[in-house]
Ligand binder design. Structure first.
Ligand SMILES: Cc1cc2nc3c(=O)[nH]c(=O)nc-3n(C[C@H](O)[C@H](O)[C@H](O)COP(=O)(O)O)c2cc1C
Length: 165
């Protein structure tokens, strides 16, 4: 059985593309991708390791498929699971709400007694405010496919290495 479930919510395909890059880097024997739009609580439950990917829409809102999934979040049992998060945003157009969706998802996980791993430095980004920043670090990997797509592959590699994947 695959060990790592990568669940993404994506409106224009960026977060989905990143999910594919992460899956390919880890290896298809170890990791599988799921669109949260088509997923249920049991799908999340089958993996000991979860990587959850989310983009930000509106002014600092969660991508809508994750938003729809929230009522079901309460019944996901994260006991014993290792959970890491990544967020996709646009720091130039939305410097005051950069990758906020990632921060909102992180808060939701905390309510479920889950403490995600995989913090990421804020260096190398230009923004004013982000709900994904806590104590000077992002709560997960942050990617910007609009303005820094050339950095995505290397950021993913570094992040996955830091997680031991
Ligand atoms: C209407 C609109 C609102 C957005 N709001 C934000 C935002 O508040 N913060 C942010 O970081 N990015 C924001 N973005 C940028 C998206 O998160 C970015 O384009 C992302 O790559 C989309 O990923 P997806 O295709 O996987 O949904 C917004 C984009 C649009 C078009």
């Amino acid at each position: 059985m695959k060990q790592i479930g990568i669940f993404f919510g994506s409106s224009t395909g960026d977060t989905e593309k990143v999910a594919t890059l992460i899956r390919d880097k880890i290896g298809t024997d170890m990791a599988a991708i799921h669109d949260i739009y088509e997923s249920c609580v049991d799908d999340l439950g089958q993996y000991p390791i979860l990587i959850l990917g989310i983009s930000t829409w509106g002014l600092g809102e969660m991508q809508e498929d994750w938003y729809q999934f929230l009522p079901r979040f309460r019944s996901v049992d994260f006991t014993g699971k290792k959970v890491a998060l990544y967020g996709v945003g646009d720091q130039e157009s939305y410097p005051d709400t950069f990758a906020d969706g990632l921060g909102l998802l992180y808060d939701q996980l905390h309510k479920n007694n889950c403490k995600p791993v995989g913090k990421w430095p804020v260096d190398g980004y230009q923004f004013q405010h982000s709900r994904a920043e806590r104590n000077g670090q992002f709560v997960g990997l942050v990617l910007d496919e609009r303005n820094q797509p050339e950095l995505t592959a290397e950021r993913i590699n570094t992040w996955l290495n830091s997680l031991g994947f």
